[in-house]
Design a protein around this ligand. Structure first.
Ligand code: A2P
Length: 359
């Protein structure tokens, strides 16, 4: 079965997980980017059936996901966890839809392209109905890494992440708000979503830890997915993932070791031309990427670009990134994939500009 394009010029679109942190952003991205939706169907768990969400100046009612949800649907975004994707994405494909899946369910499946449009758009060709949106940290890291790897040859990556609450869903964002209020009011707070106190604290990422090698699931995803995105199955990558009390933008301290000596100016030049990247690198003003400035932006902010002084060969560059986890790390990347599927478009317009125009 091949999926050359959607059945209609204006596809019928479904969002599974429409009430979640990413789902709400998907609705807004479709509207902001003027995606040619004919009919939008919002789906969630039975808990949310009947809830209404805004779209294009009106209100849409959320339905409970079931086996008939994909009748007449051409494009289905999934953002309701990997269990829901594993069960329902194949059913959506069988009903004739193309699925763009935000969960981890199919990311390691060679039949399902794992796509960041600025990084590996060519892998979309020949998909068999399901396209995976990568892990949010892998997306935010790979957008600036890919053009640098192409320019200078990449040999080794070291990164430490500072990950926002949104990556754990709307309930985790609410727990950050509520626990911060409780902390400031001097009240006790018992976390129920995340495993540790979140207000004025940070902790090793909440994904399950492999007790043998000490890595958590998030770190292993980042390694595997960055390798796949960059087309470098053996790339040496070390990563430490940490959850920080920020609502919705991830930051990453990144050191890249290249195949040749590289100057910070040369890196800055490549990044200044790279789609989906905005250089924020004001040394004199001590102004570099921050989550509060990445929030609401489609671009990944990149700065603090400097030589890694621990590598006397001059081949290693350190930098700092910040990107909106809900936008480029999830919803925006998914809609950009759909735009490519729909029109074969180049995605050349800046995502930040496209979002700004419509807001
Ligand atoms: P609901 O709001 O009804 O629970 P988040 O990532 O922010 O936690 O959001 C998860 C999304 O996935 C929500 O929209 C949630 O719906 C939806 N969801 C969770 N479980 C299911 C399920 N079994 N079937 C359909 N949607 C689900």
């Amino acid at each position: 079965m091949t999926f050359p394009n959607f059945r209609r010029a204006h596809p019928n679109v479904a969002i599974v997980g429409a009430t979640g942190a990413v789902g709400v952003e998907l609705i807004q991205c479709l509207e902001a980017r003027d995606f040619p939706v004919s009919r939008l169907k919002l789906l969630a768990s039975p808990r949310s059936a009947g809830k209404r969400l805004p779209f294009r100046g009106g209100w849409l009612t959320v339905d409970a996901l079931d086996d008939s949800s994909f009748d007449e649907i051409d494009l289905a975004f999934f953002s309701a966890g990997s269990g829901t994707s594993k069960t329902y994405a194949p059913r959506a494909v069988a009903a004739g839809a193309v699925v763009v899946d935000n969960s981890s369910a199919f990311r390691a499946d060679p039949d399902c392209p794992l796509v960041v449009p600025e990084v590996n758009p060519e892998t979309l060709a020949g998909h068999r109905g399901i396209v995976s949106v990568p892990n949010c940290t892998a997306i935010i890291a790979s957008v600036p890494m890919a053009p640098l790897a192409r320019a200078f040859g990449l040999e080794r990556v070291q990164m430490s992440t500072y990950q926002a609450a949104s990556g754990a869903g709307a309930a985790a964002m609410e727990e950050l708000r509520a626990s911060t209020e409780a902390f400031l009011a001097g009240r006790a707070f018992q976390p129920t979503v995340l495993p540790h106190p979140y207000a004025f604290n940070l902790f090793s990422h909440n994904a399950e830890v492999d007790v043998d090698n000490g890595y958590n699931g998030e770190e292993l995803k980042v390694i595997a997915e960055c390798r796949r995105l960059l087309g470098e199955p053996d790339l040496r990558i070390g990563v430490t993932c940490v959850r920080v009390p920020v609502l919705r933008a991830h930051s990453i301290a990144l050191t890249l070791e290249f195949a040749q000596p590289v100057s910070p100016d040369a890196v800055r030049e490549v990044l200044a031309r790279a789609p989906g990247v905005r250089v924020v690198d004001d040394r004199a003003g001590n102004h570099f990427p921050m989550p509060c400035e990445a929030q609401g932006q489609g671009d990944v902010l990149a700065g603090r670009i400097r030589h890694d002084l621990s590598d006397p060969s001059g081949r290693s560059i350190s930098m700092f990134l910040a990107g909106d986890q809900l936008l480029k790390g999830a919803a925006l990347n998914a809609v950009q994939i759909a735009e490519r599927l729909f029109s074969g478009g180049t995605g050349a317009r800046s995502p930040a500009a496209a979002l700004a125009v419509a807001s």
